[in-house]
Design a protein around this ligand. Structure first.
Ligand SMILES: NC(=O)c1ccc[n+]([C@@H]2O[C@H](COP(=O)([O-])OP(=O)(O)OC[C@H]3O[C@@H](n4cnc5c(N)ncnc54)[C@H](OP(=O)(O)O)[C@@H]3O)[C@@H](O)[C@H]2O)c1
Length: 243
């Protein structure tokens, strides 16, 4: 990934964009309003950033979709054909309104996006880290206190690209397995956000480095607590892969 398009440039979008710019990437930011409303953010990020419409951002490079889940059907489809789409979105009924298939757990937020983007390679990432922790925890490759982020996706090559991107911006990767396994870092699971917080009761009070082993353990705890079939807990392809 050298140019990253952002559909959504709020807390998470602008934080990932800042990390990407810091390692020399160009970024194209968009949101739900006209590009001119992003002038302050783009000025702050510097010459490697520009603002565009969501369709234009979708055309430029691989793409990070980081908007409220309730708006996922507004994500452009044609422009994203064949592309890697990193998705950060969580389901919050109080914000997104109730989505029956998520309430009855017959699908996942990632699967909904993948159905909307059948020709894209969706990879879930960044969904379980508070944006301020994401901004605070990048470290150089090999640093003792380097943190890891979880990813999930069905396309091996796409996950490799995302993992390389994470490495560039300062993080190790824990591969949770297929896209549907992304549920184990969703809100209300053991692997959601809290592990990166210095104070689990007040996430605003600072970030705590969290190793790949710790992330993998938390994800395994999520699975155990949901009492999934044995094969889905630790077995075969579904065992978290650390890199
Ligand atoms: N905040 C976190 O720490 C965090 C952490 C992990 C995951 N997440 C998840 O990541 C997603 C983004 O969270 P956030 O906190 O960054 O949200 P946010 O600060 O509210 O920003 C949302 C962004 O999405 C844009 N947007 C909304 N609808 C859009 C559409 N149809 N097309 C293009 N852009 C659209 C908004 O643009 P306008 O301003 O023009 O409406 C805004 O730039 C959410 O699903 C959230 O659950 C958040």
């Amino acid at each position: 990934m050298t140019t990253s398009g952002f559909i959504g440039s709020g807390d998470i979008g602008s934080t990932v964009a800042r990390l990407a710019v810091a390692v020399g990437h160009d970024v194209v930011l968009s949101h739900s309003r006209g590009p001119e409303c992003l002038a302050d953010v783009v000025d702050d990020l510097g010459l490697q950033a520009r603002a565009a419409t969501a369709s234009e951002a979708a055309r430029d490079g691989d793409v990070v979709v980081t908007i409220p889940l309730c708006n996922y059907l507004q994500v452009p489809t044609e422009e994203l054909r064949g592309k890697i789409v990193i998705h950060t979105m969580n389901y919050y009924p109080q914000r997104d309104a109730n989505i029956g298939q998520l309430d009855d757990e017959s699908t996942t937020s990632s699967a909904l996006l993948q159905v909307h983007l059948p020709d894209s390679k969706v990879v879930k990432a960044f969904n379980n880290i508070f944006f301020a922790h994401l901004a605070a925890l990048p470290r150089i490759t090999g640093a003792e206190d380097r943190s890891a982020l979880a990813i999930a996706g069905d396309d091996h090559d796409a996950k490799k690209v995302v993992s390389e991107f994470l490495d560039e911006i300062g993080y190790d990767t824990v591969d949770l397995g297929p896209l549907w396994q992304g549920w184990c870092t969703q809100p209300d699971t053991a692997a959601y956000g809290v592990m990166y917080a210095l104070n689990p009761q007040a996430w605003g009070q600072g970030a705590r480095p969290t190793s790949a082993v710790a992330v993998a353990q938390r994800a395994a705890t999520s699975r155990r607590l949901r009492d999934l079939p044995a094969g889905a807990i630790d077995g075969g392809d579904h065992a978290p892969q650390i890199s």
